[in-house]
Design a protein around this ligand. Structure first.
Ligand code: PA5
Length: 444
């Protein structure tokens, strides 16, 4: 379902360099597959094989109910608690999912910023509509979704009455800890569990991603089937037999050659949120201890007309991973046009064929311009392939971070901003901002 193509790397990496990184990869593999590695954080590794079937069936049942009784499904969450679901819905359906005719609810994602204006717009859209709400937070304490949830909860209770609102609010959170779990218990909301041993950015194949994805009408059984195939395919330690590990090895070899930025490029606008998911996964996992490859994502050919110049000719600290999907679905054939004569050389060609030629020429141009270019060919844009892609990239990220010597599963940097924010907002139990500033002065 996903194939690694290294043909553009020959001038950048020699066979001996792969040999050198092999032992580290094998070590990282053992670490990831041993039960006690980072104790609580590797539940996602075996998830495709041992997910909770009862919970999965409940997701299918509830998603059907939401499809039947709702015009709009509002998903409240931030970071790993929303990006994967949005990426999947756009990848499988469309980035214009809400605007296209369909028999499933519109889906809006809120609580992923502190923007009053964006929240107000969604509230406006919800007026007079049948709403269901899914609030997702593993910790149950994150500020942005907490604000959005309290506003939407009030909106729904006002519109439906407390009793009826209760039957339309679904909480996805920890099995026992956090404010959200307590609120769900107090109000009798239906809940879905985020396993303790799966962190936010690795949770797309849990209820976090699966409920919203199922509401969009996508086939989550197929998604899990693809992830299971990836689990089976990516078990071998040897990088020559494991494309995921080879990709992790390539990233690290290039990083050691001062390639500090990875551009993940796609050739379809509807894959742009998958790019956001990749940015979060790799950025939050790998970027720590003053190390890491800076992940960014682009949509070609759109961005070839803006950032393409920099990639081709700018600083040579970039490498590129193109995730090209071979069969994307819809296609359009170009007709001859008497007026637009400059286009006639494309008469009879399809847009998907043209897009493929653009991909091939870009890969050649960029690697000729000293930008090492890795290609991941995905078979199609269906659920099973996406499940495969999610699992492949999660594992590549974990292996890559481990051989770089960082813990992929924490995010201490995010806590620093939160500490300052709570101080500024005057939250009880946090140092005041004056205390924080005084400490900084003392240090200097
Ligand atoms: O990957 C992560 O752990 C983070 O991005 C979290 O998903 C994000 O901070 C949201 O956290 P929570 O689900 O606890 O609200």
């Amino acid at each position: 379902m996903l194939t690694l193509d290294c043909k553009h790397l020959k001038n950048f990496i020699g066979p001996h360099e792969y040999l050198a990184v092999k032992p580290q990869i094998e070590h990282a593999h053992k670490f990831l597959h041993s039960e006690d590695s980072f104790g609580d954080n590797i539940g996602w590794v075996s998830l495709p094989k041992n997910y909770n079937v009862l919970e999965f069936e409940k997701i299918l049942k509830v998603s059907k109910k939401i499809q039947e009784d709702s015009d709009i499904f509002v998903v409240v969450g931030i970071g790993g608690s929303y990006i994967g679901a949005r990426a999947a819905i756009e990848f499988l359906k469309s980035d214009l999912y809400n605007n296209l005719p369909k028999n499933t609810p519109d889906i809006y994602f809120v609580g992923n910023s502190a923007s009053a204006s964006s929240l107000s717009d969604v509230l406006e859209l919800c007026k007079g509509k049948r709403i269901s709400l899914n609030v997702i937070s593993k910790s149950g304490t994150t500020t942005e979704p907490a604000i959005a949830f309290s506003i939407f909860k009030e909106f729904m209770e006002k519109n439906y009455g407390k009793e009826h609102a209760r039957s339309r609010i679904y909480c996805t959170t920890d099995v026992e800890d956090g404010d959200l779990k307590s609120i769900a218990d107090e109000n009798g909301y239906d809940t879905f569990v985020i396993p303790k041993n799966i962190g936010g950015r690795f949770s797309v194949l849990t209820a976090v991603g699966l409920l919203p994805i199922a509401v969009s009408g996508a086939d989550i059984s197929e998604l899990m089937r693809g992830a299971t195939c990836a689990y089976d395919d990516l078990l071998k330690e040897d990088i020559e037999k494991n494309q995921c590990y080879k990709y992790a090895a390539i990233r690290n070899i290039l990083y050691k050659k001062a390639k500090q930025i990875e551009v993940m490029a796609f050739f379809e606008p509807r894959f742009s949120f998958l790019g956001k998911w990749v940015e979060q996964l790799f950025g939050e996992s790998e970027g720590k201890d003053h190390k890491g490859i800076f992940p960014t994502s682009m949509i070609f050919s759109t961005d070839l007309h803006s950032m393409g110049q920099f990639i081709q000719d700018g600083s040579k600290n970039i490498f590129e991973t193109i995730l090209f999907v071979n069969h994307v679905g819809k296609d359009i054939t170009i007709k001859g046009d008497n007026q637009l004569k400059s286009l006639n050389f494309l008469e009879g060609k399809t847009m998907n064929w043209i897009n493929k030629k653009m991909f091939e020429s870009t890969a050649i141009a960029h690697s000729d311009g000293f930008v090492p270019t890795i290609v991941l060919h995905a078979r199609d844009a269906f659920e099973a392939t996406l499940g495969y892609i999610f699992y492949f990239l999660e594992k590549a990220c974990a292996i890559s971070s481990l051989i770089m010597g960082v813990n992929p599963f924490d995010q201490p940097g995010v806590e620093s901003y939160k500490k300052n924010m709570f101080a500024l907002l005057g939250k009880a139990g946090y140092e005041s901002i004056k205390e924080i500033l005084d400490k900084r002065l003392d240090k200097n």
